[in-house]
Ligand binder design. Sequence first.
Ligand SMILES: NC(=O)C1=CN([C@@H]2O[C@H](COP(=O)(O)OP(=O)(O)OC[C@H]3O[C@@H](n4cnc5c(N)ncnc54)[C@H](OP(=O)(O)O)[C@@H]3O)[C@@H](O)[C@H]2O)C=CC1
Ligand SMILES: Nc1nc2c(c(=O)[nH]1)N=C([C@H](O)[C@@H](O)CO)CN2
Length: 235
Amino acid sequence: MTAPILITGASQRIGLAFAQSCLDRGQPVIATYRTYRPAVDALQKAGADCIHADFATNQGVDAFLTTLKERTGALRAIIHNASDWLPERDDTDPAEVMQAMMQIHAMTPYRINLACRTLLEQSDGPADIVHMTDYVVEQGSAKHIGYSASKAALANLTLSFARLLAPRVKVNSLAPSLILFNEGDSAAYREKTLNKSLLGIEPGLDVAVQTLQFVLDNPYITGRSLALDGGRHLK
Ligand SMILES: NC(=O)C1=CN([C@@H]2O[C@H](COP(=O)(O)OP(=O)(O)OC[C@H]3O[C@@H](n4cnc5c(N)ncnc54)[C@H](OP(=O)(O)O)[C@@H]3O)[C@@H](O)[C@H]2O)C=CC1
Ligand SMILES: Nc1nc2c(c(=O)[nH]1)N=C([C@H](O)[C@@H](O)CO)CN2
């Protein structure tokens, strides 16, 4: 029996697409969600094991880990997708923004990776950890400073866990810029964002799914970050 792939933040958008793609390939999935949506029921019906988890506190991370270890004795991969994209705002305390960003993007993957090392090593075949980072790791962000710093921390965790877990476990980052707009994004914001890359498109979920499956299927990539940014670095 193939060990399941753990995907965090799988109730919508990229995480949901990851979970659906793995299930379509006959790959067992454990999916976490914080907010219940009908998509969670659909994943469950498709065979996923869905676990409610809020990683905003270490108690929440520990509660999830307890449940996870009751559900499986091995993991094929861990996809750290769960994320909040918090901007700095005049009405929010910067300390709270930085704390929340570091908790979800650095502390949570750090704690889960260390706690799940044995589960990954129990996998019959290859094992992977994939961190969803962001193009802004290279450039910073004037409007999402804490977010960008926390994604840079996650990018560094890729390097450290690649060193720690080799050769049994591969560890890589996917670093998207725009993959999918949010529903409330204005036409002006969309045009401005599309103009930031050479290719100038909103690529959509399949681009992320294709790249994830490529990394999982490739036995010779570890400690690397795969950019999904339409040539934004050359604009
Ligand atoms: N979309 C894009 O264009 C880009 C995405 N990325 C990265 O790719 C990944 C996926 O992006 P996208 O699909 O847009 O992500 P979303 O903004 O849709 O967030 C993914 C999920 O993270 C979950 N989440 C947030 N905070 C917590 C928490 N404290 N505990 C548990 N779960 C939490 C949310 O759960 P719930 O909704 O259930 O509350 C949400 O569904 C992210 O890491 C993102 O930073 C990077 C660059 C561009
Ligand atoms: N957790 C999230 N992170 C990011 C999102 C998102 O919707 N959720 N969106 C982006 C943008 O697409 C940005 O890359 C382009 O404006 C970045 N991170």
